[in-house]
Design a protein around this ligand. Structure first.
Ligand SMILES: Nc1ncnc2c1ncn2[C@@H]1O[C@H](COP(=O)(O)OP(=O)(O)O)[C@@H](O)[C@H]1O
Ligand SMILES: [Mg+2]
Length: 269
């Protein structure tokens, strides 16, 4: 059958878009001793998407983030970034790959200021643990980094507290600073691990708005237990249970999936 030229072009474009995912995980498996934390997990993220990764505690969500950020030993599986196969990244490669994450716990250095904590987010050696080298930079680089850190703090409406020590902050504020730290490297892919965890209703609402805003500038994989946030900000969902994807697709489709209701949503609703 001959396609009309316009139709052929549309088909070609849609093929290209679906093939050139910003990120594609194929058949990822991670084990801890005898425990299969992830089994043959497939997940992809398109440009400007917010993808939710949900599932009960222990399902393997954080392990998937760890695999993507060089903190878990990958047993098998492939990774594509921008449509090209890539080795599983080492922590020090993340900045150049445009990947940044927050930790499930906040993970700020209590004795450092907010600004110093955020500046550390841009530094490759700091990510592999050498804080002193991060703070030892000087001159023009430091001025540039300081400026980037301040604008990351502005994006989370926290520039007014730049010089406060991290251990003086209320918990909801530390969550914002942790996000600013992830933003300072100007990621294309942001991995958020339970950003609304431990927050009250008002701060959850605030976080919801913040994720919406962030998603205008980068793509996001969101791990979150607060289903109202997930339903409000995500374009698509993946549901993990015991390390396996038991459902994936559009939010409404997944929400109605009996397997999901049984494994997860039914438990909470
Ligand atoms: N470093 C580790 N050593 C051993 N077991 C681990 C480790 N990290 C995670 N696990 C186990 O792997 C499974 C998945 O954990 P995790 O990815 O943290 O789940 P989630 O983030 O979905 O709650 C759990 O059974 C957990 O106990
Ligand atoms: Mg977790």
């Amino acid at each position: 059958m001959r396609l009309l030229p316009e139709l052929a072009l549309v088909c070609l474009e849609s093929t290209l878009v679906s093939e050139a995912n910003l990120l594609a995980i194929k058949s990822l498996s991670v084990s801890f001793g005898g425990l299969k934390a992830l089994s043959n997990v497939d997940l992809h993220l398109n440009k400007n998407e917010v993808v939710g990764l949900i599932g009960p505690n222990g399902a393997g969500k954080t392990t998937l983030f760890n695999a993507l950020s060089g903190l878990a030993d990958v047993e098998s599986g492939e990774l594509e970034i921008n449509g090209k196969q890539h080795a599983w990244p080492k922590p020090y490669e993340l900045v150049d790959l445009g990947i940044s994450r927050t930790l499930q716990g906040v993970g700020l250095f209590p004795e450092l200021t907010v600004l110093e904590n955020v500046m550390i987010g841009a530094n490759k050696s700091a990510r592999s643990g050498l804080i002193s080298s991060a703070l030892g930079i000087s001159g023009r680089d430091e001025t540039k980094l300081r400026q980037k850190a301040l604008s990351a703090l502005e994006r989370v409406y926290a520039s007014g507290i730049a010089n406060q020590r991290a251990d003086s902050l209320a918990y909801p504020v530390t969550k914002r600073v942790a996000i600013a730290r992830a933003l300072v490297s100007e990621p294309k892919i942001l991995l958020l691990d339970e950003p609304a965890g431990g927050l009250g209703a008002q701060d959850i609402e605030w976080m919801n708005t913040l994720i919406h805003n962030l998603a205008t500038q980068c793509s996001v994989i969101l791990v979150e237990h607060h289903m109202d946030v997930v339903m409000s900000v995500c374009d698509r969902l993946y549901v993990l249970n015991f390390g396996q994807v038991i459902s994936s697709g559009e939010v409404e489709e997944v929400r109605r999936d009996p397997a999901v209701i049984a494994a997860y949503l039914g438990v909470n609703n």
